[in-house]
Design a protein around this ligand. Structure first.
Ligand SMILES: *[C@@H]1O[C@H](CO)[C@@H](O)[C@H](O)[C@H]1NC(C)=O
Ligand SMILES: *[C@@H]1O[C@H](CO)[C@@H](O)[C@H](O)[C@H]1NC(C)=O
Ligand SMILES: *[C@@H]1O[C@H](CO)[C@@H](O)[C@H](O)[C@H]1NC(C)=O
Ligand SMILES: *[C@@H]1O[C@H](CO)[C@@H](O)[C@H](O)[C@H]1NC(C)=O
Length: 292
């Protein structure tokens, strides 16, 4: 009876506890949900007149006025397409303002800034008001505002990201390979708008010749969003150890140290041609010896 009661209370307690947890969870997720919706960033455009077929005033064509990712040093174009500016072109102006310091860059076809890298581009019958930025630098990244001089004025924000191609070698800085297995090095070039024109690999500061007497060396290039290059060295020998460097034509080189293990470690360690770090194994071995 007593136990029964105790079990009952503990059951009730655990049920209450569970309910409590559920409530807390619900509150948290609600808070997050609410935060998610209220914290949602608007796309930064405020149209003076509501979007709709029968609109009278000018409006932004957002699909043609998108965020821009530019390559460091390569001329960038920020576009602002204003529809329905109509015959008001004489009185309504389209301007570009840099948000960071509220610096007026262009007004209509005129470039206002003294920074020679900026230029206003507009070709008469089009609705495009383009801001050209020559030699973009990292510090040019940020928000640019396209303004139409209505009252109140209309704004559309365009984000510019200035990036540079970066090189990565998967598994760097150290790779451990079992003797006899295939060394498979993956070099990735990120943020490269165009795939590198060429890429070469070095081994201990010597360019790898794919037709060398060593044989079994090949390179595979996979061009997509990022460019991936695989260097395959079959039947790894201890002399294949050393530093491998991936040199893409349009990005910084990156290196990896390859250690070809001379059979000191069990074959079971091999994993997709690449051995796991031997440190853990030696540690385990030491522990076993100590225990023994
Ligand atoms: C602008 O267009 C409207 C009608 O489309 C016309 O009534 C008006 O005179 C035009 N204004 C100018 C300055 O051309
Ligand atoms: C432009 O980029 C900003 C910042 O990354 C982002 O918040 C915004 O949603 C983007 N706008 C569009 C239309 O993609
Ligand atoms: C080399 O490794 C990559 C993953 O990094 C894999 O996609 C590719 O198939 C591998 N190539 C060979 C021949 O094992
Ligand atoms: C490259 O250097 C490593 C040591 O860093 C050496 O073990 C290996 O034999 C060298 N290989 C060649 C081909 O020079």
């Amino acid at each position: 009876m007593f136990i029964d009661k105790m079990m009952n209370t503990s059951k009730t307690r655990s049920t209450m506890w569970l309910v409590g947890v559920v409530v807390v969870f619900a509150v948290i997720s609600n808070a997050f949900g609410a935060h998610g919706s209220s914290g949602k960033i608007s796309d930064g455009s405020q149209n003076a007149l509501d979007n709709g077929a029968g609109r009278l005033g000018p409006y932004f064509d957002k699909a043609a006025s998108k965020n821009v990712t530019a390559l460091l040093g390569k001329t960038a174009y920020l576009n602002c397409r204003v529809k329905n500016l109509g015959n008001k072109t004489m009185t309504l102006q389209v301007s570009w303002v840099r948000h960071r310091d509220i610096h007026l860059l262009t007004v209509g076809r005129y470039t206002y800034t003294s920074d020679q890298r900026f230029r206003a581009i507009h070709q008469a019958p089009t609705d495009d008001w383009t801001l050209q930025i020559k030699y973009p630098q990292h510090r040019d990244s940020g928000i640019y505002e396209c303004q139409v001089s209505t009252t109140p004025h209309m704004s559309h924000f365009v984000h510019l990201s200035v990036v540079e191609p970066t090189t990565e070698i998967v598994g760097a800085p150290d790779l451990y390979i079992n003797r006899g297995s295939t060394i498979n090095l993956t070099c990735i070039v990120w943020y490269s708008p165009e795939p590198p024109a060429y890429i070469f690999w070095n081994h201990n500061d010597t360019i790898i010749n794919y037709d060398s007497p060593r044989g079994g060396v090949s390179v595979v290039t996979d061009k997509g969003d990022s460019t991936r290059m695989f260097l395959l060295v079959q039947q790894a020998k201890p002399t294949d150890s050393g530093q491998y460097t991936c040199n893409p034509s349009n990005a910084q080189p990156k290196s990896v140290m390859v250690h070809v293990l001379n059979g000191e470690y069990p074959a079971a360690m091999q994993h997709g041609g690449q051995a796991k770090q031997p440190r853990l194994y030696s540690l385990l071995l030491c522990l076993c010896l100590l225990l023994y």
